[in-house]
Design a protein around this ligand. Structure first.
Ligand code: B12
Ligand code: SF4
Ligand code: SF4
Length: 396
């Protein structure tokens, strides 16, 4: 097989294994890596020390002799509403948080890594000569979106996500860095997929924390995804009100993107929202779960018990053991227990539950208890939430 035939074969095999997209980038082609140094120098990475790994600037530093990066994408758009379309909290029901779409099902790292290893095994059978190959999903020092662009999978958009003109941006990426001689999917001299953002600025305008310092440039320190998942210490107060009910990640700059209006939905069982366990529900709640299993339910009932919009009081009162049990093999784990409780406190503070509502006294009791926590991260965020709720009441 010549390099072009190999690339073709890898693409076909990737689809057999279940990936939605696959392409090959040459290690020489990754032009946007030239911005990395400046981006880091401006401090936009915040506490994400791993982004300073010098190997990110060149895949050959990750794997000596590397020539190609195989990039795959898997659609995770499960058939649930966008955060911007989800019914807002109202007083009759307990307030709910928002977990980002990417974390509703099984941890994507494992789902993609398993398939990438299967692809490498098939390649070893097909290509007889010795070669090195290393697979990464998020975990390695590779800037995956830049590789994806030059593998022909899509364009790097103003919201910094990789968008494919057929699938949109609800795509997980995975890479295999390899010493194999493969033909790049974007042939030398050809342009990578064109940027279709045009004059649109929907994502830049919608970002609640104004995290884009310019189109295509994100200050991660301001991004709700960073604040809820990566940041270990206190969330700067200036961002807390804008976080709304986000407890894990944020989908807004993708929810508003016109290229996601017609994104195909995935039926992959691994990416469907998990359900909370019924043992944690009151009898009323269990009845509602049963009702919601009936397919003729209304939109607000439909998602009540799924990971995408869990009850905030449930999240804020999780014990460490519960957290480990419920979020086993879930991307939520990365936020850690105290991070999730911290985030749930902020969202409770933003919930605007009225003083005279049935929910208010329960929330106050819970926040009172958390405000006395031995963990100063939790107690400080609980106190903030109490003050914010009280201030919101005064303005009613
Ligand atoms: C660190 C990280 C984050 C950080 C920083 C995000 C970011 N934009 O860099 C945080 C925690 C905020 C984050 C959030 C999210 N992430 Co993330 N994240 C990563 C990770 C691990 C590294 C990304 C990285 O290297 N960033 C460094 C900066 C430099 O990259 P960049 O923002 O793309 O910057 C480019 C531009 O700024 C550009 N540029 C262009 N012009 C100019 C001009 C100037 C002056 C400068 C300075 C730069 C510049 O050059 C840079 C590239 O070199 C990757 C996995 C990987 N290993 O690649 C996943 C990854 C990018 N994340 C992913 C996802 C799904 C998300 C979230 C949607 C999760 C969520 N729902 O909360 C959000 C999306 C937020 C967003 N709009 O980006 C997916 C993206 C899939 C896709 N279709 O694009 C990835 C690829 C993980 C995966 N394997 O699937 N993430
Ligand atoms: S994920 Fe949310 S906070 Fe982060 S850039 Fe997008 S809209 Fe802004
Ligand atoms: S919302 Fe508009 S500007 Fe932002 S990524 Fe989508 S098309 Fe590009």
């Amino acid at each position: 097989m010549n390099p072009a035939e190999r690339t073709q074969w890898i693409g076909d095999q990737a689809r057999v294994i279940g990936f939605d997209l696959c392409g090959v980038a040459s290690v020489d082609a990754l032009a946007e890596l030239s911005h990395l140094h400046e981006w880091l120098g401006r401090g936009y990475a915040g506490e994400m020390k791993y982004l300073h790994d010098a190997r990110r600037e060149d895949p050959r530093l990750v794997l000596p002799g590397a020539r190609s990066v195989i990039v795959v994408a898997l659609n995770y758009n499960s058939p649930q509403p966008y955060s911007t379309k989800y019914p807002q909290t109202h007083d009759a029901k307990p307030p709910r948080g928002w977990i980002s779409r990417y974390a509703w099902g099984d941890d994507y790292h494992g789902v993609l890594a398993q398939r990438l290893e299967a692809l490498i095994s098939e390649m070893r059978v097909q290509f007889p000569e010795p070669f090195n190959a290393r697979a990464y999903v998020d975990t390695g020092p590779i800037v995956e979106r830049v590789a994806a662009k030059y593998a022909g999978l899509g364009w790097l958009a103003k919201n910094t996500c990789l968008i494919n003109d057929h699938l949109g941006s609800w795509l997980f990426l995975g890479v295999i860095v390899t010493t194999l001689d493969l033909a790049p999917s974007v042939a030398t001299g050809q342009a990578p997929p064109a940027d279709h953002c045009g004059t649109c600025t929907a994502c830049l305008d919608a970002c609640p924390t104004e995290a884009f310092v310019a189109p295509y440039v994100l200050d991660a320190r301001r991004c709700i995804s960073y604040l809820t998942i990566e940041l270990r210490g206190p969330i700067p107060e200036e961002f807390r009100p804008a976080m709304g009910n986000a407890v894990i990640g944020c989908d807004i700059c993708q929810d508003v993107c016109p290229w996601n209006r017609k994104s195909p939905v995935t039926q992959l069982a691994e990416f469907q929202p998990r359900q909370e366990l019924e043992e944690h529900k009151s009898e009323n709640d269990v009845r509602e779960i049963e009702n919601s299993n009936n397919r003729s339910r209304n939109p607000s009932d439909e998602y009540q018990f799924s990971f995408c919009a869990p009850e905030l009081q449930w999240l804020a009162s999780l014990t460490q053991q519960d957290f480990s049990r419920f979020f086993r093999n879930s991307a939520v784990k990365r936020a850690k227990w105290r991070g999730l409780v911290r985030n749930a406190c902020v969202a409770l503070g933003n919930s605007r539950v009225r003083r005279d509502s049935t929910q208010r006294s329960r929330i106050t009791q819970l926040l009172d208890r958390l405000a006395t926590s031995q963990d100063s991260l939790i107690s400080e965020h609980a106190r903030w939430a109490q003050e914010r709720l009280a201030a919101a009441q005064d303005s009613h």
